[in-house]
Design a protein around this ligand. Structure first.
Ligand code: RB5
Length: 148
C-alpha cells in the first residue's frame, strides 16, 4: 500500500529514459517514488499513463506526481481533466517555481524531447523546494477548484 506522501511518477515511451533519470534523482534526495511505468521504449499511449498518476491524486490517495511525455503537452492535457489536479507543464526553471508559488501545482509535467537531463532535474528540484504562497493565490484556486 503506497503512502500518500509517495510521489507518483509516469511517462510514455518518448520520455522513459528521462523518467528513469528523474526517478533516480528523486530517490537520491530520499523521496519515496512509485514508478507507474512505462517500463520500456515500446510505443504506448500517454493518456493511460497520465491517468495512473492523476486519478490517485484526484481521489486524495496521493499528494503529488511527475509526468513526462515527448513535449509534456499530452500528459498535461489529460491530467488537468481530473478534479483537484493542478498539472503544470514546466520546461524552464522560472515556470517550475511559479507553478508552486502561485498555482500550488500538485503535478509537474516535463517534456522528454525538450529537456536535457541536468535541466530536468534542476526543474524537479525547483518544483519540490518552492512553497505555495497561499493568500490571494488560494482565493484564485478556489474559483475553479470549487467548481469541479
Ligand atoms: C509520442 O510520440 C508523443 O506524441 C507524446 O510523447 C507527447 O509528446 C504527446 O503530447
Amino acid at each position: 500500500m503506497t503512502d500518500r506522501s509517495t510521489l507518483l511518477l509516469a511517462s510514455d515511451h518518448a520520455a522513459v529514459d528521462l523518467k528513469n533519470i528523474v526517478a533516480a534523482h528523486l530517490r537520491g534526495r530520499g523521496i519515496s517514488v512509485e514508478d507507474m511505468g512505462a517500463h520500456g521504449r515500446e510505443s504506448v499511449d500517454y493518456p493511460d499513463y497520465a491517468m495512473r498518476v492523476a486519478r490517485p491524486i484526484s481521489e486524495g490517495r496521493a499528494e503529488r506526481g511527475i509526468l513526462l511525455c515527448g513535449t509534456g503537452l499530452g500528459m498535461s492535457m489529460v491530467a488537468n481533466r481530473f478534479p483537484h489536479v493542478r498539472a503544470a507543464l514546466c520546461n524552464d526553471l522560472f515556470s517550475a517555481g511559479m507553478s508552486r508559488r502561485h498555482n500550488n501545482a500538485n503535478v509537474l509535467v516535463l517534456g522528454g524531447r525538450v529537456l536535457g537531463d541536468v535541466l530536468a532535474c534542476a526543474i524537479v528540484d525547483a518544483w519540490l523546494d518552492t512553497p505555495f504562497e497561499g493568500g490571494r493565490h488560494q482565493t484564485r484556486l478556489d474559483h475553479f477548484n470549487g467548481g469541479v
